[in-house]
Design a protein around this ligand. Structure first.
Ligand code: AGP
Length: 612
């Protein structure tokens, strides 16, 4: 993971580097650092700090380093504990070569042993440091930068992107990319380097996305791009639409709360833009291909996987297409039987998740039709897949996914209905009704928060913040929703939350039921499933369990069994997860707030998981 930035040009670099790092903190935030070339004596200087970026910023008061070329880093540790030593930049023995790096150098141990036996002294336990020491050796060996770089790159295994600033080549920055993303923003006599163009959004809209397995030597007004054998590559600069208003929290106390409240408008925006789109062209398929589809394969991680699990019900119920859902990290290592009449659909907010990206690459290499549902038009997955559907959730800054989840559900539900229309399973009138249903779900989502807001803040959140464990139960479509709810509670409150399919309770987990372990049960708006859930609720109550229920209006039996109940207006059963989402997120948010957690940036996490 980690965020990499760099600047070379006519201005001092520090402002951009700090702004870029703060925008890339979603990629990791356990430590940060900067290196730059002092303009006066052309020496490489650096500053690093453990913890949040603010700690680094405060250090500038005593060490105000700056320069016209610099690199910066925000870290999500993979190799080595969180410490100042392990923060990037990492250096060679002479401290004249600095490296900031995202990804993993898989053969770092072998390289380190060789370098150590050649006399190199290491200061960190990171894999990154080997790059600097190795380059130090290779520069001595080759006496020139280009052959040294080629030798270096050829020996590094893994998926990585790094930027390198050298004291002896102070008017250049070198960047290298293998699978992990990296791009260069092209300005007027200045170049911006970043893992994600979000970092330089508002400064330039001209971007070179480094091709996979390439490296570049960058000066303030020139980019030279090469493949890993040193052959020159063409420079394909794209103009992108960037949004510099992206990170405004406005009047909200946190990004997560803002993003919870944005969901109604996000759903409406999605529906409007999907209606106006040329969907099959965008997805890179033909109407005939859709008509003849035999199966759908959904691939995702985390919250996006939960959205996919919910969408399985959409595709199978509305479209009558058998649908399988894969965790991307598992999909890649399972036997692959390519299906020609299948759409392989990756789902990813960021479009950068390493496992999903690799799964997509596998699907493509097998010649199968691939598309991605993502929130980021400029993401690697959009470039990798045959087509894409953009979710229009807008930048999601809080680490815990909220609006991207509902936007994914909206996209999947709309797409499923569109497929059903193409296959003549539903009529145009039913298609329009499905869009209206989505808008209604958006309305309910927001109204439910408003209905329970005061009670949650003044009473329920305080009460439930004192519990140490929670059990989440769902059934049918509410089971993957319960999985998402449990994930939300654990990631932002650090309360242990275990989720089961309600029918599984009696097969073992029921041993955990006691008055100190609240059970949160999500109902379904389906009469058969509802009755089963009532039985599951009774099983909990008859063992002295404490029951919190999310039920629908009219589900009296279930409502009566609950110790705490949230009642939601009736809706199309398949859209119940969207209707419940706002309230569920608001409830767990307020619990985390009572506990004083850093909600937007929970410990150990990163927004975009760019390592496998
Ligand atoms: C959950 O709140 C997280 N944000 C996480 O589970 C996330 O959904 C997962 O890492 C996948 O990310 P993606 O959607 O960007 O691929």
């Amino acid at each position: 993971m980690c965020g990499v930035v760099g600047y070379i040009g006519k201005s001092y670099c520090r402002d951009y580097i700090i702004q870029g790092l703060s925008r890339l903190e979603y990629r990791g935030y356990d430590s940060s650092g900067i290196a730059c070339i002092e303009p006066k004596d052309k020496k490489l200087v650096f500053l690093k700090s453990e913890g949040r970026l603010q700690n680094l910023i405060e250090k500038f008061n005593d060490f105000p380093i700056n320069g016209f070329a610099g690199i910066g880093h925000t870290r999500w540790s993979t190799h080595g504990i969180v410490s100042q030593q392990n923060a990037h930049p990492q250096f060679d023995c002479q401290k004249t070569i600095s490296i900031v790096h995202n990804g993993i150098i898989e053969n770092h141990n072998d390289l380190r042993l060789k370098l150590e036996s050649a006399g190199h002294i290491f200061n960190s336990t990171t894999d990154t440091e080997v790059i600097a020491h190795f380059l130090e050796d290779l520069l001595v060996l080759h006496k020139a930068l280009m052959p040294a770089l080629i030798s270096l790159i050829k020996c590094l295994e893994g998926a990585y992107a790094f930027a390198c600033l050298l004291q002896d080549f102070s008017d250049q920055i070198i960047v290298v990319r293998k699978r992990s993303p990296l791009c260069i923003g092209v300005g007027q006599d200045e170049m911006f380097i970043a893992s994600d163009l979000l970092a330089f959004s508002g400064r330039t809209n001209k971007v070179l996305f480094l091709p996979d397995e390439s490296f570049a030597i960058i000066t303030k007004d020139l980019i030279q791009l090469f493949d890993f054998n040193g052959n020159a590559l063409p420079i394909d600069i794209k103009e992108v639409i960037t949004d510099s208003t992206l990170s405004q929290m406005g009047a909200y106390e946190s990004y997560m709360l803002k993003e919870i409240y944005e969901q109604k408008s996000v759903i409406n925006k999605c529906v409007t833009s999907f209606k106006a789109s040329n969907i099959w062209d965008n997805l890179g398929v033909t109407p005939e291909f859709i008509k003849n589809l035999d199966t759908i394969n959904l691939i995702a991680c985390g919250t996006s996987w939960h959205a996919a699990k919910i969408a399985q019900f959409f595709f199978e119920k509305i479209c009558l297409i058998p649908t399988r859902v894969f965790l991307a990290s598992e999909f890649r290592y399972m036997p692959f039987f390519p299906e020609t009449k299948s759409l392989y659909l990756a789902i990813s907010q960021s479009g950068e998740t390493a496992d999903t990206l690799e799964a997509l690459a596998l699907v493509k290499s097998m010649g199968c039709a691939s598309a991605v549902i993502t929130n980021v038009a400029s993401s690697s997955m959009v470039r990798q897949a045959d087509g894409f559907l953009l979710t229009h959730a807008g930048p999601e800054i809080a680490v815990a996914s909220t609006k991207s989840f509902t936007a994914q559900l909206t996209a999947l539900y709309w797409l499923c209905n569109k497929m059903a229309l193409e296959k003549s399973i539903i009529t145009q009138k039913e298609m329009i009704a499905s869009e209206e249903d989505l808008r209604l779900a958006a309305e309910i989502l927001e109204n439910c928060i408003e209905n329970y807001k005061i009670k949650i803040i003044t009473d329920l959140a305080i009460k439930y913040a004192s519990y140490k464990h929670f059990i989440f139960l769902g059934r049918h479509i509410s089971y993957p929703f319960a999985l998402e709810a449990a994930l939300k509670l654990k990631e932002i409150s650090y309360i242990f939350s275990q989720c089961y399919a309600a029918g599984e309770l009696k097969h073992g987990p029921i041993a955990l039921i006691d008055s100190q372990t609240p059970v949160i049960l999500f109902s379904c708006f389906d009469s058969v499933i509802y009755q089963k859930l009532v039985s599951n609720a009774q099983e909990v109550k008859s063992r002295n369990g404490h029951l919190i229920v999310f039920a629908f209006e009219g589900q009296t039996e279930l409502i009566k069994l609950a110790d705490t109940v949230f009642v939601i207006p009736q809706i199309n059963p398949l859209l119940a997860p969207i209707a419940m989402t706002g309230l569920m997120q608001f409830f767990v948010y307020q619990i985390a707030k009572v506990l004083g957690r850093p909600i937007d940036r929970p410990r150990n996490l990163a927004k975009s998981v760019t390592v496998e």
